[in-house]
Design a protein. Structure first.
Length: 77
């Protein structure tokens, strides 16, 4: 997000819409990943049971069975 905002503001400077890009004064934010915990078998079953009531059952099933990440699943055709 920082990169996109910095680039957009850089283009605004080129277009003479602003004089200074405030993103250049700041250090890039650091990403701190949190602890991740895999679902237990019981938790996965509860998730799929709840998902059956909605439109996203196949999405969750595919994620649990294959281990694919969100972006990988959404990239499927």
């Amino acid at each position: 997000m920082h990169r996109v905002l910095r680039q957009a503001l850089a283009e605004a400077i080129e277009d003479e819409l602003i004089a200074v890009n405030p993103c250049f004064r700041r250090d890039k934010p650091r990403y701190e990943s949190g602890d991740r915990k895999a679902l237990s078998l019981k938790e996965a079953q509860r998730l799929l049971t709840a998902a059956k009531r909605g439109d996203y059952y196949l999405l969750f099933f595919l994620a649990l069975v294959t281990g694919m990440r969100q972006g990988e699943i959404f990239g499927l055709r």
